[in-house]
Design a protein around this ligand. Structure first.
Ligand SMILES: *Cc1c(COP(=O)(O)O)cnc(C)c1O
Length: 361
């Protein structure tokens, strides 16, 4: 995953200065540099994006019995932390225009659950949700808005970076994301006091005293100085990664647009996506399984779209507000290979396998 080797410099520095620990100069540096990259006021580096969502919910005051609206079409890591807080998720459908939370379904959910405490919207595959109507609804009902931008570092909505628009934003640096720290996450917010509180909770809630004093339950959620060094190195190539991801998306579009039944993920005027993954839907004769199988036969990995949360056995008792759009996206969607190391030849190989299915169908 390393392009230029900037990471090694930061890691060496950490060893030479004996900062092989949680906390340290790379952690502070990574927080500062990421916040400045996206224009966030405050940031706290954590062990994962999941931990960042958990801490955002805790900072938002979510506790036992609270209701939290959560985007239905997403990875389970978005929803699990709601349950860690003993709160109850209610899943909200997507729309075809954004693949993300449908503002109309959200409005219907507010009518049904006026006591809801927070909303988690996701910027899936680097596409931004339509934030203006979503924010408007959240402000009207006085609920906290958390943006899961784990897949959308560098994506903008109307010129603002995904993750900096709601009350809290979270990012992931897991190995599969656009940049990685070998594993890690970040929580950003304009609320300085809340970020300070998360720093405290995520280092075992140790009170300021020489003896070990604890007035609250804490977590061991802080990013290590080594992981932060890798993250700092990768941040230096983020703009190049985004450019390559967009190139890959445009390449597929040029090659595959026009095949009967293929549609590319929606790019709206107000959205500059990071194109983390290039995704399509299929509504003709060729089905997603055909594409995934044909690619698999050539040893090329591809994946379906995330399986919606309301279809997951673990969340079967939870309510779902919507019209089955997320389910249709799941049934018809494929994520094409989108690694930034892919060459034009690699991309052409994928396209030719896919085009072959139309020739013979
Ligand atoms: C990866 C991901 C997460 C979780 O991030 P981790 O760092 O792996 O814990 C959360 N939400 C979405 C949408 C993701 O893709």
């Amino acid at each position: 995953m390393s392009d230029e080797g900037y990471e090694l410099e930061y890691i060496k520095e950490a060893f030479y200065t004996n900062w092989v620990a949680p906390l340290g100069p790379n952690v502070d540096g990574f927080e500062r540099e990421l916040a400045s990259w996206i224009g966030a006021k405050h940031a706290v580096a954590l062990v994962s994006g999941t931990a960042a969502i958990h801490m955002a919910l805790k900072a938002a005051g979510i506790e036992r019995g609270d209701i939290v609206f959560c985007q239905d079409l997403t990875f389970a890591a978005t929803a699990n932390p709601i349950v860690y807080q003993n709160a109850t998720p209610v899943f909200i459908d997507s729309d075809f225009e954004t693949w993300n939370m449908d503002p109309e379904a959200l409005e219907a959910a507010f009518d049904k659950y006026p006591d809801v405490k927070a909303v988690i919207v996701v910027h899936l595959y680097g596409l931004s949700a339509d934030m203006d109507p979503i924010i408007k609804l959240c402000r009207k009902h006085k609920v906290i808005l958390i943006e899961d931008a784990a897949e959308a570092l560098g994506t903008t909505y109307k010129g603002k970076f995904a993750g900096t628009i709601g009350d809290y934003g979270i990012f992931s640096f897991n190995g599969n994301k656009i940049i990685t720290s070998s594993g890690g996450g970040m929580l950003v917010s304009d609320y300085e006091d809340k970020i300070a509180k998360v720093r405290f909770w995520s280092t075992q809630a140790r009170e300021k005293a020489r003896h070990y004093q604890h007035c609250e339950v804490g977590y061991n959620y802080r990013m290590s100085n080594i992981a932060a060094g890798i993250g700092r190195g990768q941040l230096k190539v983020l703009d190049r990664r985004i450019a390559k991801k967009r190139y890959i998306f445009e390449f597929y579009k040029r090659q595959l647009n026009g095949l009967d039944g293929i549609r590319f993920m929606p790019i709206n005027d107000w959205n500059e996506p990071n194109c983390w993954l290039s995704c399509i839907t299929l509504t003709g004769q060729v089905r997603p399984a055909d594409i995934m199988e044909a690619l698999d036969n050539e040893n090329i990995e591809s994946r379906p779209i995330w399986k919606p949360m309301h279809m997951q056995p673990v969340f079967e008792k939870c309510d779902f507000i919507g019209d089955g759009i997320s389910e249709k996206l799941f049934e018809n969607g494929v994520c094409l290979p989108s690694d930034t190391k892919m060459t034009d030849d690699d991309l052409l190989r994928v396209c030719n396998v896919i085009k072959g299915l139309w020739t013979y169908s």
